[in-house]
Design a protein around this ligand. Structure first.
Ligand code: ZN
Length: 371
């Protein structure tokens, strides 16, 4: 076991990566997961759990990487914005009303929910049908929402009645997800997968060897930084995301917890925490689909600078409120606000239009920059 942990530490040093709230990739993810387990379980137990994983791919990858470190990263998801599936993401094993679907719709990403009400993901024929659809939608992405039950956490492993059986049950579904996700990766899309950070499922050989094969990235962070709450208070929920998108991994890992206190996730709040909070969905969408979400930019009018004096307090000791704010507070929302959202246009879209050229000339004249 000492040798085993030494190898893990060597891997981490070789990659120059830390383990807490950091992005790790490929072999360092395996090491990170094993170290998480080692922080809660006896060493012999960790060795037993990871022997199979390392036997199936980790050990080979580890020796290979040590002998010939490979720094080149695969270009997952590059150029997908030009493909037919550029704005499509499949949500694997989600709820019918998932927040990812709602947020996706709001920001122009088409989310196809693969929920149990519509498709049996344990049925081989359904998976084949899904694979043919995904293959036809080049550049599409996939996110996995398979549930990891609270009892299957490292700290509960010894108390669980039949943890191996539970792992085997979810392993079959995970393997189907990986089959579909590989099609997405091969046709230019991205994939992502999440479970609580200390979920025993991370030790599944299928997941470990997939991470190594595809050199996927991992981000660890606390759910409170992306909106997880219990009873209105921030709840910690340590989380791990695996993804092919380095941008998504970096953005997730950049979420730093600043709370001094957390409410424990218990009872109904544990169940509720399985639903992604909206800030997490927004971060995921803007990281995976910047070419869709950031298509519009805010624009506010430029006006000549003028000196403005401080608004005097009309009644001593009383903070006077501007009229427009007063009106808004009374429910009068019909105040014209000089702000716009502009759509960015290609040069080819406006050069042939006299009205567009005239509008540009007018704007230049108004800002005093006309030549
Ligand atoms: Zn926090």
């Amino acid at each position: 076991m000492i040798l085993f942990l030494n190898v893990l530490l060597q891997v981490i040093q070789m990659e120059g990566q830390g383990l807490v709230d950091e992005v790790t990739s490929g072999l360092a993810v395996t090491a990170s997961v094993a170290c998480d387990a080692a922080s809660l379980l006896p060493q012999y137990h960790v060795q037993e759990l990871f022997q199979e994983s390392f036997g199936q791919g980790g050990e080979v990858g580890c020796l290979g990487a040590t002998a010939n470190p490979k720094k080149e990263k695969p270009k997952h998801g590059k150029g997908k914005h030009k493909e037919v599936g550029k704005d499509v993401v499949f949500e694997f094993a989600c709820s019918k009303e998932s927040n990812l679907g709602k947020v996706g719709q709001e920001c122009g990403v088409r989310v196809i929910r693969l929920c149990k009400e519509d498709i049996d993901l344990e049925d081989a024929q359904s998976i084949e049908q899904l694979i043919s659809q995904v293959s036809a939608l080049k550049g599409c992405s996939i996110h996995c929402s398979i549930e990891c039950k609270p009892r299957s956490q490292w700290q509960h492993l010894n108390r669980a009645k039949n943890p191996r059986k539970e792992q085997e049950d979810s392993a079959a579904l995970v393997e189907q997800f990986i089959r579909v996700a590989n099609i997405c990766l091969d046709t230019g899309g991205d994939c992502s997968f999440e479970w609580p950070r200390f979920c025993t499922g991370w030790a599944l050989p299928a997941i470990q060897s997939w991470i190594l094969r595809k050199n996927l990235h991992s981000a660890t962070f606390n759910g409170c930084t992306v909106g997880v709450e219990a009873d209105g208070q921030p709840a910690k929920k340590p989380w791990r995301f695996i993804t092919s998108s380095l941008r998504l991994a970096k953005n997730l890992a950049a979420s730093k917890c600043m709370h001094s206190k957390h409410t424990p996730l218990q009872g109904k709040w544990t169940r509720m925490s399985a639903f992604y909070p909206r800030p997490l969905c927004q971060l995921t969408m803007s990281s995976l689909f910047p070419h869709v979400v950031d298509r519009h930019v805010f624009s506010i009018p430029c006006v000549a600078r003028s000196r403005q004096s401080h608004r005097p307090k009309l009644v001593k000791g009383y903070q006077s409120v501007p009229l427009d704010v007063l009106m808004a507070e009374t429910g009068c929302h019909a105040i014209p606000t000089p702000a716009f959202v502009h759509k960015l246009l290609d040069r080819s879209e406006w050069t042939g239009h006299p009205e567009a050229l005239k509008a540009i000339a007018n704007e230049a004249r108004a800002t005093g920059k006309k030549k």
